[in-house]
Write a protein that binds this ligand. Structure first.
Ligand code: GDP
Ligand code: IMO
Ligand code: MG
Length: 427
């Protein structure tokens, strides 16, 4: 049995992490988010009913599973409270099942404003952020001036800390961005009201996780974004502001590295990206349009159309290395059902080593291996033997190239549309 399993994206996000976490929580006692914030959009579809989660872990639709937001997550209280209330309106109990780390940084209104102003200022060079204040909130954390969820539990000290940090940010807003200063009283009133709602859920998450771990409870750590959006290992500067890779599961929760038993790397059977930045296998032709249409490729958080292209095995192999991926999950296999030919990028031409700069990314040309498509319906298949021969060959090529076993193949957006070859939790 694998007691502690990390599920994360190996591409530029939206690989289907939410769906797979929801699937695996059937076997889990708790699900923990460890990085990112409400820039994430994780879609769960159960009996045709769609739920999109941004901050709340994807275990919330399984009664009895505890949901935990770790210290590595940046939390925007307005969005969190909205998400809690929306779920409660549909009959899902949240408050008695959700725990929030006291060490998690808070995303404040000035972070959101700064994110937007910076993107506007960059014009054509914009990163294409989600505009949620993620980057500026992580900056404040690293600058050691940020507010944390634990600060909500002492309103006098919160007032003092907010005064100091707002003075700093208002200076930047007014004198660097020539924008308006934000009003202290309004921000303080709002955060105090939000504190009353959230305080009962704020705790020492690290201590709680070790209690669960020591008691033999099964833990699922849910990544957000994807490995190529990692602040260190991604396509910098077109990345998010957190470490999205597996090491973050420990630092962003307080579990130890050696507590992690299995890392499940999720990859789409092709590739998508939202926002700007390098994407070697991006398609601008009919095949790209077909992937977008069949895969319904629109962002779950911002609604933006996703850029689409073939699966990039060079980038996948790199993601497997930096995460120590134990097994892969290939999602959206069914989206390739209608293709006569399917391409896999197996090398980058004119490049030795993995690209390390924007210029190196721009210089490469993907080299493809072309496989015959299966041109039959895989949607909803649950037995490996029922997959068409060409689909099995596609999976074999990925396994051989990456030297990593494929544990799960997802054949549709519904919870039960999967081929489970090996269960990451061990049964
Ligand atoms: P996440 O951010 O990694 O959780 O992924 P998103 O939810 O943003 O995007 C994945 C999209 O693909 C969602 O709309 C899912 O419902 C959908 N999806 C997930 N797995 C499959 C699959 O195997 N087949 C199809 N057709 N759709 C899938
Ligand atoms: P999930 O968890 C896809 C992208 C943004 C932008 C870059 C930086 O659903 O896979 P940020 O707002 O984080 O500063 O934006 O990262 N991005 C995502 N792309 N899926 C996500 O999350 C993303 N979260 C951020 O589009 O390019
Ligand atoms: Mg998403």
């Amino acid at each position: 049995m694998n007691q502690t399993v990390v599920v994360l994206g190996t591409q530029w996000g939206d690989e289907g992490k939410g769906k797979i976490v929801d699937l695996l929580t059937e076997q889990a006692d708790a699900v923990i988010r460890f990085q990112g914030g409400h820039n994430a959009g994780h879609t769960l579809i159960i009996n045709d009913h769609k739920t999109v989660l941004h901050l709340i872990p994807s275990g919330i639709l399984r009664e009895g599973v505890q949901c935990i937001i770790g210290n590595g997550v940046v939390i925007e209280p307005t969005s969190l409270i909205k998400e809690i209330k929306q779920l409660e309106e549909t009959g899902v109990k949240v408050r008695n099942r959700l725990l929030i780390s006291q060490a998690a940084p808070i995303i404040m209104p000035y972070h959101i404003r700064l994110d937007q102003l910076r993107e506007e200022g960059k014009g054509d060079n914009a990163i294409g952020t989600t505009g949620r204040g993620i980057g500026p909130a992580y900056e404040d954390k690293v600058a050691r001036r940020g507010l944390r969820m634990g600060d909500l539990c002492d309103k006098d000290s919160l007032r003092e800390k907010l005064q100091e940090v707002l003075t700093y940010h208002n200076f930047v807003l007014q004198h660097y961005h020539q924008d308006e200063a934000l009003d202290f009283d309004g921000i303080y009133d709002t955060i105090c009201k939000q504190a009353d709602i959230l305080q009962p859920m704020i705790t020492d998450v690290t201590a709680h996780l070790h209690q669960l771990h020591d008691a033999g409870k099964r833990l699922l750590l849910e990544g957000a974004q994807g490995s190529l959006l990692d602040i260190d290992h991604g396509t910098y500067p077109f990345v998010t502001s957190s470490n999205t890779t597996a090491g973050s599961a420990a630092t962003g929760s307080g579990l130890g590295c050696t507590d992690i038993d299995y890392v499940l790397g999720i990859t789409k059977a092709y590739t998508t990206r939202v926002g700007s930045g390098p994407f070697p296998t991006e398609l601008f032709d009919e095949d790209g349009a077909k992937l977008a249409k069949e895969g319904v490729e629109f962002g779950a958080t911002t609604g933006r159309p996703r850029r689409c292209g073939w699966l990039d095995l060079v980038a996948l192999k790199r993601a497997i290395q930096v995460n120590g991926v134990t097994g892969l999950c290939i999602t959206k296999l069914d989206v390739l059902d209608g293709f006569e030919n399917i391409k896999l990028c197996t090398a980058y031409d004119k490049q030795s080593g993995f690209p390390q700069s924007e210029a190196q990314w721009q210089a490469i040309q993907p080299v493809y291996e072309t496989l015959a498509g299966w041109q039959s319906v895989t949607r909803g298949i649950t037995n490996y033997d029922d997959l068409p021969k060409a689909a099995k060959h596609f999976i074999d090529v990925i396994e051989q190239y990456t030297e990593t076993p494929v544990a799960i193949v997802s054949t549709g957006p519904e919870r039960n549309e999967n081929v489970i070859k090996v269960h990451p939790m061990g049964d």
